[in-house]
Design a protein around this ligand. Structure first.
Ligand code: ADP
Length: 633
């Protein structure tokens, strides 16, 4: 006996153990899904064999009739799922069934909430399909052999759901994998012909290869000499069938098969394209974001088939990054079976498919927004941040993406991002030429910003941008529906036709009169500010700070600085409200020290109102206390 053939016992990784435990204890409310998971794995294994056999036909070992066979033994309390797919070597078995060392396991474990229902969904998303066997079995025996290896190179893996598993090399005539489940006493219902058929029909009808069971012998008939198999499922690739033939349930189950997501998709789009390019696509919009949506290394992309043969998972060339949450299948009739990722990257045909698929997804989303606004809103809450990457990445579709965006707004009291740009434009006032927005750290800072005062007074709506990506997004959206965007915290306030001629003249006159005050304040704050001017954007506050028109926005600056990035120095503009009693007091202040103190305090307060940090908080407190003491004298 070679060393390799020896039986060895190994321990699961800690995280694998925890997951296994969770699996067994949190999924028992829907036990039957284990069968779907195992059939799904068997189907993937058949796909992989077909793919490898394209370049090496020997792998079929003379048997290219791929199928999945289900059998049970009531007395022995076993249920067996067997496939003649690609199979695994001993090393692969240890790797695939012995560790759950997938990247992000730790991150995943942190996400678990203790709420059984939610956790069960997460587990599905994480894709621990095989381990679901332990929902119904207290012992699982796997025998497997990699296609193209000798019969003596089979492997037997055994585990009783505890901390350890064993592996040994065994003879196995048929390639592929056999999973033998030793059913728990409370899972004996699965050793039943009718029950199994119902489950297979329900979850696995879409599987492209036959799922077979022993044909039952009608009462009164003799058993045939060779037992007959009966095919339970439809056994054609779902996307090759015509839309009218496929039920919603089948679409839903197929989604779960390809996505490892337990929840149902929001919608799908199934299309056959003929012409210069010939392909079928089936695209799904998931209802929930995967836990690793923002992980740069996370897998994404569609499942690629060429003429019904599986080629690869996660073919990311077919959709842009900002649509990375989409799941689905592309089956091309033009690509070569030998196509690789490198070839996909260079093929101009892929670019045009990508263009068409992108358009399809954007249309799907637009349709959802128009027809089912509530569903669209929950889509937005899950994936809106990713869609916001769109205008920067996909210049050509900027208009379409802009229509999909949703923001918080002064139009509603809610913090929800639920207002579209179209709705904003429809509500614009007569004479309003721009779409106004404010960028702030959070919704409360945004709402209480002094910059909104004049807009409130005049009843003009302002969008409240509080996501980190927002200012960056805005820098890629020059306009919408012919209207440019204006950050209300930037540049000179210009309400265009919203201010009357008289108002403008009156404002100029006041600015003229207060020139000496402005110069005086500028001298005091010369280190801190670029300019001091009169403003009409304030009603209640005495002063505010504004960023120069072409400088970086305050919110963006804070984000970059907190990320440790160097940003170019720029001083804000300090604006005073001529109507405010404090400003009037400042103008009349005869004591130079008190003037200096008050000017500093007003400037510091204006910064605080923006959610900014003061450069010298202690000096602010001292000045303020000094004034307070004077008051009490
Ligand atoms: P997932 O399917 O999400 O990768 P599983 O735990 O279900 O996770 O399976 C782990 C791995 O074991 C699979 O990725 C595959 O490589 C291998 N595997 C599982 N079932 C089979 C099978 N029937 N034939 C060949 N390999 C399999």
């Amino acid at each position: 006996m070679t060393v390799d053939a020896q039986k060895e016992t190994r321990g699961f990784q800690t995280e694998a153990k925890q997951l296994l435990h969770l699996m067994i204890h949190s999924l028992y409310s829907n036990k039957e899904i284990f069968l779907r998971e195992l059939i799904s794995n068997a189907s993937d294994a058949a796909d992989k064999l077909r793919f490898e056999a394209v370049s090496n036909g020997d792998l079929y070992e003379g048997d290219s009739d791929l199928k999945i066979r289900i059998s049970f033994d009531k007395d022995a309390k076993t249920l067996t799922i067997s496939d003649n797919g690609i199979g695994m070597t001993r090393a692969e078995v240890i790797e695939n069934l012995g560790t759950i060392a997938k990247s992000g396991t730790a991150q995943f474990m942190q996400k678990l909430s203790g709420d059984q229902k939610k956790d069960a969904q997460l587990i599905g998303q994480f894709g621990v399909g095989f381990y679901s066997a332990f929902i119904v079995a207290d012992k699982v025996v796997v025998t497997s052999r990699r296609a193209g290896t000798a019969a003596a190179e089979g492997v037997r893996w055994e585990c009783d759901g505890d901390a350890e598993f064993s592996v040994e090399t065994v003879e196995k005539a048929q390639r592929g994998m056999t999973v033998e489940l030793h059913l728990k006493d409370d899972a004996l219902e699965f050793a039943d012909n009718w029950r199994l058929r119902t489950i297979i029909k329900k979850y696995s009808d879409h599987i492209a290869i036959p799922v077979v069971m022993l044909k039952p012998i009608p009462a009164g008939e003799d058993a045939p000499e060779v037992p007959e198999d009966e095919v339970i499922n439809t056994a054609t690739a779902l996307w090759t069938r015509s839309r009218s033939e496929v039920t919603d349930d089948e679409y839903n189950e197929f989604y779960k098969h390809i996505s490892h997501d337990y929840s149902e998709p929001v919608s799908w789009s199934h299309n056959r394209v003929e012409g210069s390019l010939d392909y079928t696509s089936l695209l799904y919009l998931p209802s929930r974001a995967p836990y690793d949506l923002y992980n740069r290394d996370a897998t994404r992309g569609l499942k690629l088939y060429v003429q019904r043969t599986f080629i690869m998972d996660d073919a990311e060339q077919f959709l842009p990054l900002y649509l990375r949450f989409m799941k689905g299948v592309v089956d091309s009739n033009d690509l070569s079976l030998n196509v690789s990722r490198e070839i996909l990257q260079k093929d101009p045909n892929i670019d045009s498919m990508r263009g068409a698929l992108t358009k399809r997804v954007l249309d799907m989303l637009a349709k959802l927004a128009a027809n089912e606004p509530e569903k669209y809103q929950s889509f937005w809450n899950e994936f809106g941040q990713v869609i916001k990457e769109g205008p920067a990445e996909d210049f050509a579709n900027r208009e379409k993406i802009a229509k999909l965006l949703r923001f918080s707004s002064t139009h509603t009291d809610k913090a929800d991002q639920d207002q579209s740009l179209e709705a904003y434009v429809a509500r614009m006032q007569e004479g309003q030429e721009k779409i106004y927005y404010i960028a702030a750290e959070n919704i409360n800072t945004a709402k209480s910003s002094p910059h909104l005062e004049v807009f409130r007074k005049k009843g003009i709506e302002v969008l409240l941008l509080v996501d980190r990506v927002d200012e960056w997004l805005m820098s890629h959206l020059a306009e919408f529906d012919g209207k440019s965007f204006q950050d209300v915290g930037k540049g000179e306030l210009d309400l265009g036709k919203l201010d009357s001629e008289e108002e403008k003249q009156a404002q100029e006159k006041v600015a003229e009169q207060l020139k000496p005050l402005l110069d005086r304040v500028k001298t005091v704050l010369t280190e801190q500010v670029a300019e001091v001017r009169i403003t009409h954007r304030l009603t209640d506050s005495p002063a505010c700070v504004v960023v120069a028109e072409h400088d970086m926005g305050a919110q963006m600056r804070r984000i970059l600085e907190s990320a440790g990035q160097k940003v170019p120095d720029s001083k804000p503009i300090f604006e005073l409200n001529p109507e405010h009693p404090l400003v009037k007091k400042l103008e009349q202040e005869s004591s130079e020290t008190r003037f200096v103190d008050l000017a500093h305090i007003l400037f510091d307060q204006a910064n605080l109102a923006e959610g900014a940090q003061l450069q010298d908080p202690a000096a602010y407190v001292q000045r303020l206390n000094k004034l307070l003491l004077e008051l009490s004298h």
